[in-house]
Design a protein. Structure first.
Length: 237
């Protein structure tokens, strides 16, 4: 019964929005030099286990031969723990039909793949020309990151591909796809089993289940006592 309750509450927790996710392990640490250019010079949003959520708008486009999965957005997943299991989620409203594809890449993979480094460079330049993101709440977008010293860290690039997934008679919407309002969440797994953000929900479910068990036991005992008393009265008569 408890397992069924957990499943129901988890479904309710994600029913308010569409969700696309990727599960991955923290990669081996790499050396991040303090001299420029650094990762901060890319001017992309950064997620960490302590700064783990961003609410922003992502550009989308209709699929094409050159971009079959739509428009790419890049982020950095920093300060990870090597070997730790993580989940990154993109949540958006069902009123904005969009097909998302979420990928994670190690730094070396991106720098050694011409298509990826070209796409990242193009995105980085577009961010700099616009002076940041579409209302992003990340520290990187707000310029709140102080220069970092040389360090060893577990870090990944996050690529989010957004393809418009609708058809309308409105020619303006067909020509110009509006940005998609999303929440991007980095969620470490606790003991490699449960995403950290679900701990309060699971704790609440367990508390309700335990309380229900004690209440049901008390009611059951009370009903049994009533039955016993009624039997004694009949024998007395």
């Amino acid at each position: 019964m408890l397992t069924n309750l957990i499943h129901v509450f988890l479904l309710i927790a994600v029913a308010y929005a569409n969700t696309e996710k990727a599960i991955f392990l923290g990669p081996p640490t790499v050396n991040i030099p303090a001299t420029h250019p650094t990762l901060d010079d890319l001017h992309v949003d950064t997620l960490t286990p302590t700064d783990w959520a961003i609410r922003t708008h992502l550009d989308a486009r209709f699929p094409s031969i050159s971009a079959p999965y739509g428009k790419a957005t890049w982020l950095i997943l920093d300060e990870l723990t090597e070997g730790q299991r993580y989940e990154v989620r993109v949540c958006w409203a069902a009123t904005q039909p969009t097909a998302f594809k979420v990928n994670t890449y190690e730094l070396q993979t991106v720098f050694e793949t011409p298509e990826l480094i070209s796409e990242l460079s193009e995105y980085s330049w577009s961010r700099q020309s616009l002076g940041g993101g579409h209302g992003s709440q990340s520290k990187s977008a707000q310029g709140a990151h102080a220069p970092n010293p040389e360090r060893e860290t577990s870090v990944l690039f996050l690529q989010i591909l957004a393809a418009a997934d609708y058809y309308t008679m409105n020619k303006t919407l067909m020509r110009n796809v509006p940005p998609v309002h999303v929440d991007i969440i980095l969620d470490p797994f606790v003991l490699g089993v449960l995403p950290r953000s679900l701990l309060p929900t699971v704790g609440y479910i367990v508390a309700v289940a335990v309380a229900s068990w004690f209440i049901a036991r008390h009611i059951s005992t009370w009903i049994c006592n009533l039955g016993t008393e009624a039997t004694i009265e009949k024998k007395t008569q």
